[in-house]
Design a protein around this ligand. Structure first.
Ligand SMILES: Nc1ncnc2c1ncn2[C@@H]1O[C@H](COP(=O)(O)OP(=O)(O)OP(=O)(O)O)[C@@H](O)[C@H]1O
Ligand SMILES: [Mg+2]
Length: 301
């Protein structure tokens, strides 16, 4: 299958420091892809590079096979890439409908038509199965509902790629379940979803594939099943690099992750023996500490 979005050899620098260094990444239609890594790994920078917030210093971006460059987030949005950030970036004093249609107001005879905007918003909210009155003032709703309105806004254009940067950090369990219901609905429509979250159980629950970054560099991409299934465990206990499960091609040989179950995260994983434990291994893999100690003590065979 052809990737919907493909980033190749992407480098983004702030002065002399590279926040993203020669990173390649592919997103397929109808997949939920989780971007993982410690603080400062380059997740937000990657998101900004594909949504027109930051320019690429090197590398290229393709959407649907076409080479694209976005000078602004608006250009990215027009091409079908919408982003919802952790902080709700809407206007609480406006109505739900006005927020959904902000910047794309429906007009009648040159005059903004509240009626049309409400009808449009009602349609989008109904598509997402959300029972929210479009005429109500946004600020009267909970943060969770405002977050869902942000998503409805992102979908009010013809969206191909939906980027969610830490969307669940202010949501309770029921609200997260509602968000995941919407994510699955979008996935069934063929929308590709790029999801950043620090909550590993949530990542496990919703994602199909994951990519790990560390210090601005690509570490690996794998499917959730090969990461969390028994294959992963066997590889881990055999202390071998997951050469078949992970796309090692883009990984610099000198910086291959140590693949050993002797790290603290993996020991905790083995002790608890739960599904979360597998993620402890993922966390171990993604952690700088694991990398640094492993590189010194257990060179990859
Ligand atoms: N505007 C900026 N100017 C200078 N350096 C920046 C800027 N934005 C990010 N960086 C640096 O780039 C690196 C990657 O940052 P980025 O925000 O992409 O990480 P992240 O993986 O999203 O982290 P977090 O999990 O904390 O959100 C960090 O070292 C950060 O300090
Ligand atoms: Mg970030």
């Amino acid at each position: 299958m052809r990737p919907l979005l493909e980033l190749t050899g992407a480098t983004v620098r702030f002065g002399v420091d590279a926040a993203l260094n020669n990173v390649s990444f592919r997103l397929f239609p109808g997949e939920v892809h989780s971007l993982m890594g410690e603080n400062g790994a380059g997740k937000s920078t990657l998101i900004k590079a594909i949504t027109g917030v930051l320019p690429l210093n090197e590398g290229e971006l393709r959407l649907d096979g076409e080479l694209v460059t976005f000078a602004t987030p608006y250009e990215a949005q027009r091409a079908g890439i919408s982003t919802v950030y952790q902080e709700v970036e809407l206007l609480p004093n406006l109505s739900v409908a006005e927020n959904i249609g902000l910047g794309r107001e429906q007009r009648r005879g040159g005059v903004i038509s509240a009626k049309r905007m409400q009808a449009h918003a009602r349609e989008i909210l109904a598509e997402l199965g959300l029972d929210i009155d479009p005429a109500s003032t946004l600020g009267t709703h909970s943060l969770a509902v405002q977050q869902l309105v942000s998503i409805a806004r992102a979908l009010s254009v013809d969206v191909k790629v939906l980027v969610l940067d830490e969307p669940t950090s202010s949501l309770d369990l029921d609200e997260v379940a509602e968000l995941f219901r919407i994510i699955r609905e979008l996935k069934s429509r063929g929308v590709a979803i790029l999801f950043v979250s620090h909550f590993l159980d949530q990542v496990y629950e919703v994602c199909d594939r994951l990519t790990v970054l560390r210090d601005g560099e690509f570490v690996g991409s794998t499917s959730r099943t090969s990461c969390c299934g028994s294959t992963w465990s066997r590889r881990c206990s055999a202390a071998r690099p997951p050469s078949t499960a992970l796309a090692t091609a883009s990984r610099p040989p000198s910086r291959r992750p140590p693949w050993s179950c002797t790290r603290a995260g993996s020991r905790a994983a083995t002790a608890s023996g739960t599904r979360t434990s597998t993620w402890a291994r993922a966390r171990c893999w993604a952690s700088r500490d694991c990398w640094a100690r492993g590189a010194r003590r257990s060179p990859v065979p």
